[in-house]
Structure formats: C-alpha cells, structure tokens
Write a protein that binds this ligand. Structure first.
Ligand code: FE
Length: 138
C-alpha cells in the first residue's frame, strides 16, 4: 500500500461495477440512505473500493442523519486528498483517495468532533473489512 495506483479510464471501467465506476471515477453521488454502510456500526476498516487503501475507521464513524456514511477524520491523514469542488453551483471540498485519485465524497465543517469535520462518503466508494479480518455476515 502507498504506491500511486494509475489506471486508464478504460481499465477502471472494466474493473469496477457500473454504479461504483460512476461514483469513484465520475464523481457521482449515490442517493441518500441507499448505501450499504449508512447504518453499519460494526468495528473495522473502510477501504477504497477502487484500490483497497485503508481510508476510514469505524471508530470515527458517526450517525449524521445525512444518509451517507459519515466520519470525523480519515484513518490516516494523508490517505485522502482534498480539492475544491465548484460543481453544481456550490463550493465544496471534494475528498479523493490519494493513492488512486478516485472520488469518495465531500468534507464539511459541521461535524461533531473537535475540528468539526464531517467526511460525507459514498458507500459505493468503500469496502468494509470487519475487525476480525473476515467479512461481516450478510
Ligand atoms: Fe483508492
């Protein structure tokens, strides 16, 4: 882990399920409350669904009521990259996986922690690995 992952758009399209491709490589946003991790309270690690890098830990996950998985901070500060996003007539801060450049979601300044960050992340951009290293029961 840690090496930059570079793939062509064609390669990503072949590797990712269509709905994941739209979020990760086209910066689409899944519908609120549609994602599989919105209400996940299991202990474990959330990884980039494109390259597998560990991005968020269950310990920083909280219920924001937004309909998207929400975290107060990344698992490792430089696992993500932040970038100004002026699309859709808004000024937001986009969150990307630093290793592969995939879109994850946005970060807002209305979170519950000391630095008030709310990382609002698409479930489709994530894969969950339970604390025991085995996938949780479906
Ligand atoms: Fe990635």
């Amino acid at each position: 882990m840690g090496d930059a992952v570079e793939r062509t758009d064609e390669e990503w399209r072949g590797l990712l399920a269509p709905e994941r491709y739209e979020v990760l490589r086209r910066a689409a946003t899944e519908r609120p409350f549609s994602g599989e991790y919105v209400d996940c309270h299991d202990d474990g690690t959330y990884r980039c669904a494109a390259c597998g890098t560990a991005l968020f830990s269950s310990g920083s996950k909280f219920d924001s009521g937004s309909g998207w998985p929400s975290f107060t901070e990344p698992a490792v500060a430089d696992a993500v990259e932040l970038r100004e996003d002026r699309s859709h007539h808004m000024v937001r801060v986009e969150v990307l996986c630093r290793a592969c450049g995939s879109h994850l979601g946005h970060v807002f300044d209305d979170g519950p922690g000391d630095d008030a960050k709310r990382y609002c992340i698409n479930s489709l951009a994530l894969g969950f690995e339970g604390a025991a290293g085995t996938p949780p029961e479906a």
